[in-house]
Design a binder for this molecule. Structure first.
Ligand code: AMP
Ligand code: MN
Ligand code: MN
Ligand code: MN
Length: 292
């Protein structure tokens, strides 16, 4: 079974609509897909419907932006109830912060002679509630400032470069609490990507497990083979299940192709080990037991 439990639609910074994303996933051989847009659940209804039509399993997801010890982290929620009021209120707060951050990014780029960046980025955001750095990247490419998204994230929008601003996202505890309030499982996204030393990574995993986190992405588009092995080991040590996802955004952009990448290492407990997949379409969890 091919599980892809991390990807983005045009509801956040992916390029495909939720329905087209699901169709592409089915074409690429994905059996069970989770749509995990940044800080917004508005694509889940359309995606679930498309998954039913395409005959693949579908899991509601979201990827929540967090600040922990001064570092930006991403926490994926799987099997969340998209209608949960606590989750929705939390995400609305993050969306307001994104908007305000985007205005500051626009001002910073303005200081470097790039005018109209906020408005320009907004034109690339199909969902105006959810504006992020990828939309600025696409604007800068359109202006001929950079040739692709990768080079934008080397020359702009990152620490020490034009267009970088600091931002305080929500806390790790809030993100986990909202996901759990919505009946979901909290999974630490792409742990190998953070600017953390080994010791801090271990502190993070321990704290995450302590406050109710249930899984960690072991196989993700931005991990190397060495990191697959490392995080499989750490997941087991900290009693966390393992997840697998492409982090697909757009063909040839950040992340992998939908459904691609190696299987989870055999020693891992998959985050889906207790899901009930007897129904096609909507995936339900059989129980919420956390592996120990
Ligand atoms: P934001 O949440 O607005 O700060 O944007 C984060 C998003 O930027 C990530 O989810 C990726 O889609 C994109 N991103 C971050 N780093 C890179 C990179 N090095 N290359 C391409 N895209 C990146
Ligand atoms: Mn993204
Ligand atoms: Mn992420
Ligand atoms: Mn992502």
């Amino acid at each position: 079974m091919n599980y892809d439990l991390h990807c983005h639609s045009s509801i956040s910074d992916g390029i495909l609509s939720p329905a087209r994303l699901v169709q592409r996933a089915a074409e690429k051989g994905v059996d069970v897909l989770a749509l995990t847009d940044h800080d917004d659940v508005a694509g889940l209804g359309e995606a679930a419907q498309a998954a039913e039509a395409a005959g693949i399993g579908f899991v509601n997801g979201v990827e929540i932006s967090v600040t922990w010890s001064g570092v930006t982290l991403h926490v994926v929620g799987l099997n969340v109830d998209a209608g949960n009021a606590e989750l929705q209120a939390g995400l609305a707060g993050i969306q307001h912060g994104r908007r305000e951050r985007a205005e500051r990014i626009g001002q910073e780029l303005g200081k470097h002679g790039i005018v109209g960046a906020f408005e320009g980025a907004l034109r690339h955001a199909a969902n105006p509630r959810l504006i992020g750095r990828t939309h600025f990247a696409r604007f800068l490419i359109g202006q001929g400032v950079c040739k692709d998204v990768r080079s934008v994230f080397k020359k702009y929008l990152v620490r020490g470069k034009p267009g970088y601003v600091t931002h305080e996202w929500t806390s790790l505890a809030n993100a986990v609490a909202w996901i759990r309030a919505a009946g979901g499982q909290a999974v630490l996204a792409h742990p190998g990507r953070y600017d953390l030393k080994g010791k801090a990574t271990r502190r993070l995993l321990g704290e995450f497990r302590e406050i109710g986190g249930e899984g960690v992405e072991v196989v993700t588009g931005s991990h190397t083979p060495d990191q697959h092995a490392l995080f499989a080991e750490l997941a087991n040590f900290y009693g966390l299940a393992a997840s697998r996802g492409s982090d697909f955004h757009a063909p040839g952009e950040y992340g992998r192709e939908l459904g691609s990448g190696p299987d989870l290492p055999l020693k891992c407990t998959p985050i889906w080990h207790n899901w009930d997949l007897t129904n096609t379409g909507q995936t339900r969890m059989a129980s919420k037991t956390v592996p120990t």
